[in-house]
Design a protein around this ligand. Structure first.
Ligand code: PEP
Ligand code: MG
Length: 325
């Protein structure tokens, strides 16, 4: 079985009936990028750049960031690397960034909210990402977007970073794709509006579950309520998928759900174009995808959409898994 997994990992992921789905890796460093290739990564669907800020006592400079992004871009070559801008705050604390103590940090000055208040930090990172974009296939992604105003402000900052580089005659990819994480329920609900102003979406189920069900993702006491198979979450994913397809932009997923073999047939049926996961999950998920037919996944999805509870959804998915063993 392991041999078959590894064999599948060496090919581009597609279903039995030929629907192409990109199987990408979640990474946090150049070392992760390198390791992911051996596991069959077809790109990086999520580069968590905050890891670079977490392991030190002052912010990484533009040159330091540029060196890392450039290295990662070169490792993947023509394969797409989605660089997510700083997702700090929430449970990820960084002393030197001066985030005030908040009583509800997950609902506070987190991620894009922090960056829009701290233009210097944001512009430094955006310039580094832009400069690396000439060494591979880089896209930029904003985390925690909760509405159109916020998205437009973030895009304005990207424009400002481009102008700064132009003034310095530094090269970058003028048409670098811009996407957002759909991980706040408001973004999923407004996805038809947001889709018109971005090049791609990536659903972050880790936060989408937390905010949709009002369940802290790190709280053990209530972890029994934390479930990406909850119909409320699945409906938001479906709504987002319809919006993405209507607007003609690709839809990815980079939360933990994307690497769960039980979820994969449902995600294929829901029309996901890219699944990004820890590299270790890639061989099994790619093998599984090669045995699925997109048509039967769509029928499965119809069945799932009529479920009323997460337990029902699990039963339907387990039944499908057993039948297709
Ligand atoms: C997510 O929220 O699903 C996600 C991928 O981002 P993170 O886990 O880094 O918050
Ligand atoms: Mg998140």
């Amino acid at each position: 079985r392991k041999e078959r997994y590894m064999q599948a990992s060496r090919q581009n992921a597609h279903t039995l009936d030929g629907k192409r789905i990109v199987a990408a890796a979640n990474i946090g460093s150049a070392a992760d990028a390198q390791n992911s290739l051996a596991m069959g990564a077809e790109g990086a669907g999520l580069f968590r750049t905050e890891q670079m800020y977490l392991s030190r006592s002052s912010a990484p400079t533009e040159e330091e960031q540029f060196a890392v992004y450039k290295k990662v871009a070169k490792i993947y070559g023509h394969r797409r690397v989605i660089v997510r801008t700083l997702d700090i705050g929430g449970d990820k604390e960084v002393d030197y960034l001066g985030i005030a103590k908040e009583s509800n940090p997950f609902l506070g000055c987190r991620a894009i909210r922090y960056c829009l208040r701290n233009e210097h930090v944001f512009l430094t990172q955006l310039r580094a990402i832009l400069r690396a974009s000439v060494y591979g296939s880089i896209a930029v992604m904003f985390p925690m977007i909760s509405g159109l105003q916020e998205l437009r402000r973030a895009k304005d900052m990207l424009q400002k970073a481009k102008e700064q580089l132009k003034a310095l005659h530094l090269p970058f990819d003028e048409s670098i794709p811009v996407g957002i994480m759909v991980e706040v329920p408001a973004a999923a609900i407004m996805s038809d509006i947001l889709a018109k102003e971005v090049d791609f979406f990536s659903i972050g189920t880790n936060d989408l579950v937390q905010y949709t069900l009002a369940v802290d993702r790190g709280n053990e006491t209530i972890s029994y309520l934390y479930d990406y198979f909850d119909p409320a979450v699945i409906r938001l994913i479906q709504h987002t998928s319809q919006a993405a397809h209507t607007a003609g932009i690709p839809l990815g997923m980079c939360g933990a759900m994307a690497g769960d073999p039980l979820a994969v047939p449902l995600l294929v049926g829901l029309g996901l174009n890219e699944l990004s996961m820890p590299a270790g999950s890639l061989p099994q998920v790619k093998y599984l995808m090669g045995r699925l037919s997109a048509g039967s996944c769509r029928r499965l999805t119809e069945q799932v959409m009529s479920c009323r509870t997460a337990q029902q959804v699990r039963l339907v998915l387990q039944d499908y898994q057993n039948k297709n063993k």
